[in-house]
Every structure is written in structure tokens, then in C-alpha cells.
Design a protein around this ligand. Structure first.
Ligand SMILES: *[C@@H]1O[C@H](CO)[C@@H](O)[C@H](O)[C@H]1NC(C)=O
Ligand SMILES: *[C@@H]1O[C@H](CO)[C@@H](O)[C@H](O)[C@H]1NC(C)=O
Length: 584
């Protein structure tokens, strides 16, 4: 197939040479639909044409010349049994792996030129996968993409975005372009935290309010977490070479003052915890007006990993919602190279049904690039169990809902638990199966075992051939946080993800202090030799879609994954290394 592509390209290049002088060549007039929804996505309404003068930054994501090279490399450097384990790449090497077929840039550039896009507004971004075109007017974007960009408002949240229900590309570019962003992905990821709701009986009210000894008001405090997950004795030794990243979108940002107050109450040896705020793409920052989400994420990341430095990314949304948050952050981080923190936590997810496969695949590949660079990415699995509402699809069938990017096979999805002795599944724990991503090899055995035990139950409600989430889990209920000086109690897998990220960061601290490389993409190790460092969670379930949801059972399950981390246990099953530092 590859050779096929090259030869087609050279024919295209020959056609182009003859037609470049003409402003609109037939090559660019032959447009074909790339992705389109049947209707405006639910809960969005058009407010008509965007304001005059608004411009958007278009990301044209290119397919790699060697389609499988990146992911093949990802599995090699992340599989403890592979000779290349731990041999992470530089960002330059990654850019080479994902580079498009020869001639692609010229071809795309001539298309852009044809539409009067100045070459000075085009640059390569996202670690070499993407041509970014800055300052494109709406008229120009509509012409380039056969689109109809409009201003849309979400009927519940009032959030506005500039998107199009469908878009096209010249037929000649279909084989070369993975997707264009922003186009048809309307929804923005939602933070996975909530204030405690009134519990009123029924399937979702399951958690008994137990008050085990040693817990402050029955709350999930850092000292409770550090004893339960056995990090309390560990003394970090490499805070000068290790960092923990927290991604903020939706203009969320934390307060360093609240962090100091939180630490003085809950981690009194760490009142000087360092947090660095990085503003990405015009991301907002006003320390006097923090959000609950960002304070939750940073307070628990810092309390778990202290004195490891925490970097918080406040990501901007562009004028009138022109930017895709996730694409914006990924574009920034992939250009950072050696400055990327070894461990990163993201507590925002989007209903996977609201993403097109081409969009989800692009974003997922970007996460795969982070893995090849040696970064562990932890993502909240969602707070709606197997799905919110009745989950009835257009054809009348009930389809469970999973959340992206947790469903991406190249990240580690974190579900929720509660209680102790024994710990059990939190009923909110997002879990289930993707409809975009096939089941990766690393979880084939674990997931098949679960499905065999499930038998016919829920047949047709979920996709039995695809990626299952979560991978692992942690406490998700009753986190005390400090916001604007006062205490609040919140819950959600939003808290579980930074708690786990804090612990993974401590494992990285240990490895780095021993002269080894960091853990990178975790899953091949977690489902292999890492498995024995987990406490299997075998009770509880994740109701939703008017069902009881899946049940946590022995082994992996789509409620709590492999279970919760036993830090001391994990220290003993850390992989051997071929990377810097030699075999361990
Ligand atoms: C959305 O806007 C409407 C009317 O302007 C207002 O009544 C409502 O409270 C807003 N909702 C939110 C969530 O801000
Ligand atoms: C099930 O998942 C696969 C990818 O693993 C996808 O190709 C297929 O379309 C999905 N089926 C449904 C009904 O969504």
C-alpha cells in the first residue's frame, strides 16, 4: 500500500506543476465529504454566523508515512519484556516517526496557496503531525473545507463554540489528512468532579457512609490515602529531576494560597509545596478566583507526591470558543520535549459518542507520542457509571456510554473506589467499552476473562471487541479541598486521577533516583508483571443507563480495572531496564 501511495503522489505532483499558475485547479475543486453529523448534535443550537473579524486556527492533521511506526515503537519501549524497553525517543525522533509521506507538505501548501492562505501563517505543530494555519477567516475556512461554520450555544451550559456540522476536503487530500480541527467536535471535555448530591435511594445511592477509625470526619484525606496505598513511608529522592503535570482546560486554574492552606492542614510537612502555572494558548490565570476542579487536582497531586514539583497547565479556548482545548494543550506539550513532566493527569472527559472516529484517532495518536517520549498519562474514566440517562440510541437499543480520552488505548484510565477493609467500587466509577478503539493486546487476556464470566448479560449494550476501561482505580468519594480559604467536600474520578498520578510520580522518583528512566506508557507493564502490585477490588458496581451496570469481580473489570495501587508492592515489581542505568 505504501508504494501505491508514493506513486499516486508523484502523479499528483506532476498534475500540480502544470496547474499551479491557475487560481482554482480542478484538483482542488473536486471536494468530498470528510466527516459530517446527520444533524446539529443534541443540546447545541445555532446562533448563526460568527461575528465578523473572528478568525480560527485550523489544525490539519496529517497521516504518517509509516502508519504503524509510532505505535509499534510505543509498544516496544513500553513493554518490559522487549529489548527496547525504556529507550524513549527525543521529540525530533518522534517527529521523524510520524512524518507524512514525501510531497505531502508541498501538496497541502499548494491547496492552501490556491485559497490565498499566506505561507507565513502555516507552521508544523503537535510534534510534527500537524500543519497549523493561524488566523483563518470564517469565509476562508468555509471555502477550504466546504464547511458552514456557525456560532453554536450549548442549551444547558451556555458555552459557545464555532464549529461546522460537516466538512469536506479535496479528494486528492483524503488519503493524506487524518482530520481537521476544529470542525465537527462540538462538545468540550467536562471536569469529572461534583459536590455531594442528596442520596435518595435507588440504584445509584449505594455507598454506605462508613466511618473507619483514623479518618478525619470520614473524609478521604491525604493521610488516609497515603496509609491505604502505602506511600506514607516513602521519601522522594529526585524532586530536582522529576515533575508531575496537571492539565487544566475550560479556563480552570488553581490557587497557590489555597494549596498552602490545604497542605498546612493535611500535609503539614509540605507547606512549601511548589506549583508552577503555565498558561497555554492564552489560558487564564487569576489566583484569587480558582476553580474547585483545579484546586482538587493540584491539592491531591501535591499532597501525594510532595516534594515533587507540580506544573499546572491553564489552557485557553481562543476567541468565542474557536479552539479545541485538547488539541490546543497537546500541541503545546508535544513541542516541549525534555521539559515534559514524566507523569501527567487529566480530569476532563467527553462522551465518546460526541467524537468522530477520525478526531478521536488523531488525539489518541498524540497521546501515543507522549508515551514514546516516556510520559505516563492518567485520565479520569468519568463519573456516570456505564452512562447517564436512559442511553437509548436512535435505533431504540440501549448502548452504554464511555468517555474519551479515557478510551484511548495509549493512556491509563482511572476509575473510582471507596471504603476500606475491603475497598469497593464507587458506584459513579466510569467504566465500559470504546466504540472507536479495538482492544489492545495488553488487555486481551484480562478483558476476555471478564467477558467470559459476564456471559450474555448486557449483550448488545456494549462493544465486546473493543478497548475496556478503566485500567486501574483509586478512591473517588469525599475529598476535602480548600477553595478561597474555605473547606468543601467533593467527589469524582477527577480526584482519583491526580491521586494515582501522584503515586506513579513517586515510582518515577524512585526509578530516577536509581539512575533509571521513568515508567512512560504504563499499560503493558500494568497488565503484565505490574498486576501483582495492585489490590484487586471485587465488590461494588457502576450503575447507569437504567441498569445495575457492571460488577467488580476478581481480576480486571470495567468498574475498577485491575484494582487500586499498593505502592510498596509496586516498588517490588518495577520493570528491569535496558535504558539509561542498565538492567535493574
Ligand atoms: C444561560 O443563559 C440563560 C439566559 O441568558 C440564563 O437564564 C441561564 O441561567 C444561563 N445558564 C447558565 C448555566 O449559565
Ligand atoms: C465496536 O468497536 C469497533 C472498534 O473496536 C468499531 O469498529 C465498531 O464500529 C464498534 N461497533 C459499534 C456498534 O459501535
Amino acid at each position: 500500500m505504501r508504494y501505491h501511495l508514493i506513486s499516486v503522489l508523484s502523479i499528483l505532483a506532476a498534475i500540480l506543476l502544470g496547474s499551479l499558475a491557475k487560481p482554482f485547479s480542478p484538483l482542488w475543486d473536486d471536494m468530498r465529504m470528510k466527516h459530517s453529523w446527520n444533524a446539529v448534535p443534541e443540546n447545541w443550537e445555532s446562533l448563526g454566523n460568527p461575528l465578523d473579524g473572528i478568525t480560527i486556527d485550523l489544525y490539519v492533521a496529517l497521516k504518517a508515512h509509516h502508519e504503524n511506526a509510532l505505535i509499534d515503537t510505543l509498544y516496544e519501549v513500553s513493554d518490559p519484556n522487549h529489548p527496547r524497553y525504556g529507550a524513549y525517543l527525543s521529540k525530533e525522533q518522534v517527529a521523524e516517526l510520524v512524518s507524512p509521506p514525501p510531497g505531502t507538505l508541498e501538496l497541502v501548501n499548494s491547496w492552501l496557496e490556491c485559497h490565498g492562505v499566506p505561507s507565513s501563517s502555516v507552521s508544523m505543530t503537535h510534534g510534527g503531525t500537524t500543519m497549523s494555519i493561524s488566523g483563518v477567516s470564517i469565509i476562508q475556512a468555509n471555502a477550504l473545507l466546504g464547511a458552514s461554520y456557525q456560532l453554536y450555544r450549548h442549551v444547558e451550559t451556555n458555552e459557545t463554540v464555532i464549529r461546522t456540522v460537516g466538512y469536506a476536503l479535496p479528494t486528492a487530500l483524503h488519503g493524506l489528512v487524518q482530520t481537521v480541527v476544529p470542525t465537527t467536535c462540538f462538545s468540550t471535555p467536562h471536569a469529572q468532579w461534583q459536590l455531594p448530591r442528596k442520596r435518595s435511594g435507588g440504584a445509584t445511592s449505594g455507598e454506605p457512609m462508613t466511618a473507619p477509625l483514623g479518618r478525619d470526619d470520614d473524609l478521604t484525606t491525604p493521610s488516609f490515602l497515603r496509609s491505604l496505598y502505602t506511600t506514607i513511608e516513602y521519601r522522594p529522592a529526585a524532586p530536582d529531576r522529576n515533575a508531575l503535570g496537571i492539565v487544566g482546560i475550560l479556563n480552570d486554574y488553581p490557587s497557590p494560597e489555597d494549596l498552602a492552606t490545604f497542605m498546612s492542614i493535611y500535609r503539614s510537612d509540605g507547606t512549601n509545596a511548589a506549583i508552577t502555572i503555565v498558561q497555554v494558548n492564552g489560558g487564564a490565570y487569576d489566583p484569587t478566583n480558582p476553580t474547585d476542579e483545579s484546586n482538587l487536582d493540584t491539592q491531591y497531586a501535591a499532597a501525594m507526591a510532595y516534594p515533587t514539583p507540580v506544573i499546572f497547565y491553564s489552557t485557553g479556548r481562543g476567541p468565542a470558543g474557536t479552539t479545541d482545548w485538547l488539541a490546543s494543550w497537546l500541541g503545546y506539550i508535544l513541542m516541549e520535549g525534555i521539559n515534559i513532566p514524566q507523569t501527567i493527569s487529566i480530569s476532563y472527559v467527553i462522551d465518546e459518542r460526541l467524537t468522530s472516529e477520525e478526531y478521536a484517532t488523531y488525539m489518541c495518536i498524540e497521546f501515543g507520542m507522549l508515551g514514546v517520549l516516556g510520559v505516563s498519562v492518567l485520565i479520569a474514566s468519568g463519573d456516570d457509571g456505564v452512562g447517564k440517562g436512559d442511553c437509548v440510541a436512535k435505533d431504540g437499543s440501549v448502548r452504554f456510554v464511555s468517555h474519551f480520552p479515557a478510551t484511548c488505548p495509549y493512556v491509563t484510565a482511572v476509575g473510582g473506589t471507596t471504603g476500606y477493609g475491603p475497598e469497593f467500587a464507587a458506584s459513579l466509577s466510569g467504566g465500559g467499552f470504546s466504540n472507536h478503539f479495538r482492544r489492545p493486546d495488553y488487555q486481551e487476556k484480562a478483558v476476555t476473562k471478564f467477558l467470559q464470566q459476564l456471559g450474555n448479560q448486557y449483550q448488545g449494550n456494549y462493544n465486546a471487541t473493543s478497548r475496556g476501561i478503566p485500567d486501574i482505580s483509586a478512591q473517588a468519594l469525599r475529598f476535602p479541598i480548600i477553595v478561597k480559604g474555605g473547606r468543601k467536600v467533593v467527589y469524582g474520578t477527577s480526584g482519583s486521577a491526580p491521586v494515582v498520578a501522584g503515586m506513579i510520580s513517586l515510582l518515577n522518583d524512585y526509578l530516577i533516583s536509581q539512575g533509571k528512566v521513568a515508567l512512560g506508557f504504563l499499560n503493558p507493564w500494568l497488565y503484565g508483571s505490574g498486576k501483582s502490585g495492585f489490590t484487586d477490588i471485587t465488590s461494588g458496581s457502576n450503575p447507569g443507563c437504567n441498569t445495575h451496570g457492571f460488577s467488580a469481580i476478581e481480576g480486571w473489570d470495567p468498574v475498577t480495572g485491575l484494582g487500586t495501587l499498593d505502592f510498596q508492592g509496586l516498588l517490588h515489581v518495577l520493570p528491569n531496564y535496558a535504558g539509561p542505568g542498565g538492567a535493574g
